[in-house]
Ligand binder design. Structure first.
Ligand code: ADP
Length: 212
């Protein structure tokens, strides 16, 4: 049976890092709506121009736009063995859209408290060249990427004010989503405060257990 994974967690919960590991282990495409939108902004496509200001402000783009983007992505052949959705659904309307598209969802919730998130995001940087996410020390504003030597930059929506706004949006929207999904079979909750490898181990155990 296909593995239809949905990852839910606040910004800075380590969701992106874990998503890459999960996609590799279970051989399913990692579909990050945030990554797709940011790439569109970088490439200056019509979609990118449409969403650039919204993303930079830490607001959500419209349900219809993001839903049709996901529908198109899920219609591709590479999602036959399943997929890992990261960043979608985020609203009740998006939850309903996804329910109409696919069933047997396995929903994974990575939880982390606000203080931890603000701390993590203030040191988060992205490499301009290889796009890897990493964390810098307090003094390390001018560090280069240890992997490719590229310039490390702060994501525009990672400035403290915008982070607070994203967290507020997340808190308001994720609660109802988690309430719905937690009543269904195939719901897995993991503590995102742990070191990344422990979070990964818990995720593997939860997913492997639920598949049996
Ligand atoms: P975060 O790191 O805050 O979890 P993402 O990288 O998932 O954010 O997404 C970055 C931005 O892209 C969001 O702040 C929002 O503007 C837009 N976005 C991504 N996914 C969605 C979605 N499902 N619905 C609406 N907007 C979205």
């Amino acid at each position: 049976m296909s593995l239809n994974l949905v990852l839910i967690g606040p910004p800075g919960s380590g969701k992106g890092t874990q998503a890459v590991r999960l996609a590799r282990r279970y051989r399913v495409p990692h579909i990050s709506t945030g990554d797709i939108l940011r790439q569109a902004v970088r490439d200056d496509t019509p979609l990118g121009r449409q969403v650039a200001a919204t993303i930079a402000a830490g607001s959500l783009v419209g349900d219809e736009l993001i839903s049709s983007l996901v529908a198109e992505r899920l219609s591709r052949r590479d999602t036959e063995p399943g997929f890992l959705l990261d960043g979608f659904p985020r609203t009740l309307a998006q939850t309903q859209v996804l329910d109409k598209m696919r069933d047997h969802l396995m929903v994974v919730h990575i939880a982390a408290p606000d203080e931890e998130i603000i701390k993590r995001l203030s040191s988060r940087r992205i490499c301009e060249s290889c796009a890897l996410t990493q964390s810098v020390s307090d003094t390390g504003n001018n560090e280069d990427c240890p992997y490719c030597g590229g310039r490390l930059v702060r994501r525009e929506d990672d400035d403290p004010e915008t982070v607070r706004k994203r967290l507020k949006t997340y808190a308001a929207l994720a609660g109802p989503l988690i309430k719905i999904y937690s009543k269904r079979p195939g719901f897995i909750a993991v503590d995102g405060r742990q070191v990344p490898d422990k979070v990964t181990a818990d995720l593997y155990a939860g997913i492997d257990g639920a598949r049996r």
